[in-house]
Design a binder for this molecule. Structure first.
Ligand code: GRF
Length: 202
């Protein structure tokens, strides 16, 4: 099977993007990371992508008058790179239907909580404030509902009594990387849609 061409959208550190790039070094991995886009010009993740010889682009949201205009330009840019799948990885933008419709079923996001718990921002702080005993991360398909699309895979971590938001975030991040690698493999190999068809057929 042809390896799926993947573009990754970032806004910052890019550690999840890096995990995907490292996994895709294995020729047996069903996806290759061919392009990285950031909306922030000095996102540290861009340096890593460039160091790996991956094509990168900066598309600043400030250059567009509306959210919709930015998403239309971003979607056109991604289409021009002949991508099969888009992975949002710390891309700090709320996407509009203009972009989501173009990539429906082919755009993933990683969110640092066990969705549907703690949609939105400050997930670790909110989990601690609630006294949650379990926390984690979710990779989901992106739909028009913020953090609300179908789950592809989840990873759980315990919340420990002396956790701070930082210690909890670090524990979650450590499971995010293998989680995103596994989730992208499921989508890129077509196993996810087959699993859904099987369930629908029952
Ligand atoms: C991760 O915690 C991810 O779940 C969230 O933003 C963070 C991005 O980290 N969406 P990185 O840029 O991949 O290191």
């Amino acid at each position: 099977m042809r390896r799926r061409r993947v573009g990754v959208l970032i806004s910052g550190r890019g550690s999840n993007m890096r995990a995907l790039v490292e996994a895709a070094r294995d020729p047996a991995y069903p996806a290759e990371i061919v392009h990285v886009v950031s909306n922030i010009a000095d996102a540290p993740g861009l340096d890593y992508a460039r160091s790996q010889g991956i094509s990168t682009a900066v598309l600043s949201h400030n250059a567009h008058p509306t959210r919709e205009a930015y998403d239309a330009a971003l979607s056109a840019h991604l289409k021009a790179h002949d991508l099969d799948i888009i992975c949002c990885a710390g891309f700090m933008r709320i996407l509009t239907p203009i972009l989501i419709r173009d990539w429906e079923g082919r755009i993933l996001n990683i969110h640092p909580s066990l969705l549907p718990a703690y949609m939105g921002l400050h997930t670790h702080e909110r989990a601690l404030a609630d006294g949650a005993t379990e926390h984690g991360a979710t990779v989901h398909l992106v739909t028009a509902e913020l953090d609300g699309g179908p789950t592809v895979a989840q990873a759980k971590v315990p919340v420990l009594p002396d956790d701070t938001a930082d210690s909890l975030a670090a524990r979650v991040l450590a499971v995010e990387h293998p989680l995103y690698v596994r989730a992208l493999a499921l989508v890129a190999s077509g196993q996810l849609s087959r699993a859904q068809e099987d369930r629908n057929g029952q």
